[in-house]
Design a protein around this ligand. Structure first.
Ligand SMILES: [Mg+2]
Length: 270
């Protein structure tokens, strides 16, 4: 399926339904890396541009709008990247949220720990491969893998780890140059569904940039869930989103359009 341009003519009705100030509570959910922060070779060097942070802050102050960042990053990293008090930060795919019973989270941790031993053995000695242990999730990064032989070994090791993950009730979700193993019941789609429920949103828009965001786009299309749901993919590449924008700056452009629509609506009402 091809995604249409969010700012193109054919997207106008869908965009208008989201921008409409009288359409009911709106959830604006945003992925972080590759959507707000440009992808860099070392994840710890990633930054959200100041202008983007300003646009996010302004939108989160609008009445009837909730802005949430839904990311694979651990919560402390996410707070450092988006240090805005009015924004809901959902780190680690929402796997740490208080609404999830502690016993469930403990069960998830045990599954991930079992996978860790398989993964450590499988990826051992592969130049540039890097395992990130997050407790309730495990990420295998290949950003540093340059050598073709190492790339082949990484792919082979990944197959072994995927099989074991499946057996343990974990699912693999792919970002850019990273495969992440998380509890099957978790994921960005579950996190966004919880946000819709807890905020009482009647409309939602989600921006993402990788295969890890596809389940959210699928969720937002579901009939009966929302009055209007809009999935937007940032950049080129295949996606299950219905809409697409070209660059990260277009996410800011959307946020600024939303704020303008709301302030114009407030002026009319006054
Ligand atoms: Mg991303």
């Amino acid at each position: 399926m091809t995604a249409e341009s969010l700012f193109g003519r054919s997207a106008r009705p869908a965009l208008a339904a989201i921008l409409d100030p009288d359409g009911g509570r709106l959830l604006v959910a945003l992925d972080c890396d590759g959507t707000l922060a440009p992808i860099v070779s070392r994840p710890q060097d990633a930054r959200v541009p100041a202008a983007t942070l300003r646009s996010i802050a302004r939108c989160s102050a609008l009445p009837g709008v909730t802005v949430a960042i839904v990311s694979a990053r651990v919560p402390s990293e996410l707070r450092a990247l988006v240090p805005l008090p009015g924004v809901r930060l959902v780190g680690l795919y929402g796997l740490m949220e208080r609404s999830i019973p502690a016993a469930t989270r403990a069960r998830w941790r045990r599954r991930v720990r079992r996978l860790e031993s398989t993964a450590i053995a499988a990826f051992e000695g592969i130049q540039g491969a890097w395992l990130e242990r997050k407790g309730i999730a495990l990420a295998a990064h290949d950003r540093g893998v340059r050598d073709p032989d190492a790339a082949r070994r990484f792919a082979r090791a990944l197959r072994v780890v995927r099989r074991e993950a499946e057996r343990l009730g974990l699912r693999a979700t792919g970002g850019r140059r990273v495969v992440e193993f998380i509890p099957r019941e978790g994921g960005k789609d579950s996190a966004v569904r919880r946000l819709i429920r807890s905020t009482g949103a009647r409309r939602a828009v989600y921006f993402g940039d990788s295969a890890a965001d596809d389940p959210v786009y699928v969720l937002l299309r579901r009939r009966g869930l929302l009055r209007a749901g809009l999935g937007v993919h940032v950049g080129a590449g295949t996606t299950r989103a219905a809409y697409r924008v070209r660059a990260l700056a277009d996410v800011r452009r959307f946020l600024d359009r939303l704020r303008e629509a709301r302030t114009a609506g407030a002026r009319r009402a006054a």
